[in-house]
Design a protein around this ligand. Structure first.
Ligand SMILES: NC(=O)c1ccc[n+]([C@@H]2O[C@H](COP(=O)([O-])OP(=O)(O)OC[C@H]3O[C@@H](n4cnc5c(N)ncnc54)[C@H](OP(=O)(O)O)[C@@H]3O)[C@@H](O)[C@H]2O)c1
Length: 319
């Protein structure tokens, strides 16, 4: 039996959760991690990690997950889907169930919800609305629950299935992007997000608050600045050409995709809601409040994070 403090983690098999797991164990936490058993799936044998089979819809598994833990990091989420129910089942009801499992403990573990900046604009998409409803569900789960909500913007890094394909295409010299007006957004490198969680655990404060966090780039990025950075880091300074895709064409592709998903039963990434998310003009946020309360500082702006993701050296690494 380990003497390290114990915490519960959901979503540990996903993009963000995999990096979280590494950072949490490196910080000395014993992690009990939920995973969905599937045929042929064997979770990796990692020091300091106890894997527990289960699902967000299984209350008994959630009780076992959170038993005797000091903290819960709820990172599991649905980022692909078609209907409101696809997203709510996991992002709203799943979050509620985990928070209720916490509330059933005699000594309630503190609770960190990895939400999303999308929750700031719930009317945009089923995903955005479900993340917002998940936040509300956690806040309402129990009066004494010490909860904190983190709202990261788009996360990038190794293993990412959303931004990484675009960066790979930029490495080849072109970037298919929605046509039309200027869009600004913040980003966060996955290791900075994991470090933020570790810092929250150590700080033991910030309860009852919802924090945005970003990589510290003032005003965020627009696509021109991203293309410029990608050219420098991934193409030794050679340009990356923008391939503008009309939004009407994206919407048409999204509708076809939804139709295909219903027919063949897969969870699609490109949907009309996703098109509204990626064409939204303002996803800029800033993590100054989180830094002030928790003492976390981001270390990777896009240039440095991209270089690390692609194993490149850059003389211009930013801090
Ligand atoms: N990636 C981003 O840019 C970004 C930005 C802001 C916020 N977020 C939030 O960060 C969290 C993680 O995102 P991600 O990009 O790492 O997504 P991901 O790679 O799709 O991982 C999702 C994780 O949730 C688990 N999960 C889904 N449904 C579950 C269920 N019913 N029961 C138990 N586990 C379940 C998945 O398990 P399986 O492996 O079994 O599928 C996986 O471990 C999500 O809450 C997302 O909303 C992500």
């Amino acid at each position: 039996m380990s003497n390290h403090p114990k915490l519960a983690l959901t979503g540990a098999t996903g993009f963000v959760g995999t990096t979280l797991l590494t950072h949490l164990t490196a910080a000395g936490w014993h992690v009990r991690a939920l995973y969905r058993p599937r045929k042929g799936r064997v979770p990796p044998n990692l020091p300091g990690v106890e894997w527990l089979p289960g699902d967000l819809e299984d209350d008994a598994a959630l009780d076992a997950l959170v038993a005797d833990t000091r903290a819960i990091i709820h990172c599991a989420g649905a980022v692909r889907g078609v209907s409101r129910a696809d997203f709510d089942r996991i992002n709203e009801h799943g979050a509620r169930r985990v928070a209720q499992a916490a509330a059933r403990q005699k000594e309630m573990p503190r609770f960190l919800l990895i939400s999303s900046l999308a929750a700031r604009v719930p009317e945009l998409s089923h995903y955005a609305a479900s993340k917002w409803r998940g936040e509300c569900a956690v806040k309402a789960a129990a009066e004494n629950l010490r909860w904190t909500v983190l709202r990261p913007p788009a996360v990038f890094g190794p293993g990412d299935r959303e931004m990484l394909p675009l960066f790979l295409s930029m490495a080849r010299g072109f970037a298919p992007l929605p046509a039309g007006g200027r869009r600004c957004f913040s980003l966060i490198y996955v290791e900075d997000l994991a470090a933020a969680v570790v810092k929250w655990l150590a700080a033991d404060t910030g309860y009852g608050e919802t924090f945005e966090l970003d990589d510290g780039c003032p005003g965020g990025y627009d696509w021109e600045s991203v293309l410029d950075i990608a050219g420098r880091v991934l193409r030794d300074g050679a340009p990356v050409r923008r391939l503008p895709i009309p939004v009407a064409m994206l919407n048409f592709a999204a509708l076809l995709n939804v139709w295909g998903a219903r027919l063949f039963g897969y969870a699609p990434m490109l949907t009309p809601g996703k098109v509204r998310e990626i064409t939204h003009p303002d996803w800029v946020c800033n993590g100054e409040n989180f830094t002030r309360v928790i003492g976390w500082h981001p270390e990777f702006r896009l240039e440095r994070g991209l270089a690390r993701t692609f194993g490149k050296n850059t003389k211009n690494t930013e801090k």
